[in-house]
Design a protein around this ligand. Structure first.
Ligand code: FES
Length: 82
């Protein structure tokens, strides 16, 4: 997934309403974990959709193979990981 080390170490648990979201991948956002358009150059946020209100666990370590969601590669076990 690339650089996500700005708040690294643990998945970020959030309850999100349906809609489009943009996960910051550059670390410059003042609205982490979401993009606030502070990035520049070749850096781009990761867009993802939430179809229904749900609890999500966003990866913050950069090791996941299921970005933007935590897949347990960080070593944290979550029963209801998205
Ligand atoms: S926080 Fe990155 S895989 Fe869990």
């Amino acid at each position: 997934m690339g650089k996500m080390n700005v708040d690294a170490g643990m998945p970020i648990a959030l309850t999100l309403e349906p809609g489009s979201y943009y996960r910051c991948t550059c670390g410059k956002s003042a609205n982490l974990p979401f993009c606030d358009e502070s990035h520049g150059g070749d850096e781009h946020p990761l867009r993802f959709e939430v179809l229904e209100r749900q609890r999500v666990y966003l990866c913050s370590c950069g090791k996941t193979g299921n970005a933007p969601y935590c897949d347990g590669s960080c070593g944290v076990a979550l029963a209801d990981r998205t």
